[in-house]
Design a protein around this ligand. Sequence first.
Ligand code: IDP
Ligand code: MG
Length: 155
Amino acid sequence: MNIERTFVAIKPDAVQRGLIGKIVTRFEEKGFKIIGMKMIHVTPEIAAKHYEEHIGKPFYPSLVKFITSAPIIAMVVEGIDAVNEVRHIMGATNPQNADVGTIRADFSPLMSTNSVHGSDSVQSAEREIGIYFKPEEICPNWKTMMELIIDEQSK
Ligand code: IDP
Ligand code: MG
């Protein structure tokens, strides 16, 4: 059990369909702490950095076209085993294979418009957070209600 940070993006399809609130709620309700958040219209240059590992794959041009088509919500999410847990909450890359109750199963029509991104490792998370956030844009120095209660009980 580790406290980790991960990079999460609400992708253009979900922003366009008015699902920002519902998706943020999934992470908040599970107990994750959002310590960075902004809307950004991704440029082809940022897309190339973010999706570096996919450059040259057949779906890469359509992925860049999609991710630059409307704004995303970029987030830094912190919590217990955040990297894997966030991907668990998101569901499989192809929404048709995603478990019911996951974001992608519940909200995403297609693999190419699968509503959310989550880093796939602690190393990827560090790299992706660095692409989208300056250090001063991350706000870790506050306590969730649960953390305050735990502090109070340990006095
Ligand atoms: P992930 O988002 O679950 O980590 P990746 O394999 O890293 O999945 O792929 C990045 C994104 O590229 C996916 O979320 C999806 O939007 C898109 N993608 C991946 N594979 C395909 C494909 O075969 N066809 C179309 N789009 C794809
Ligand atoms: Mg990935």
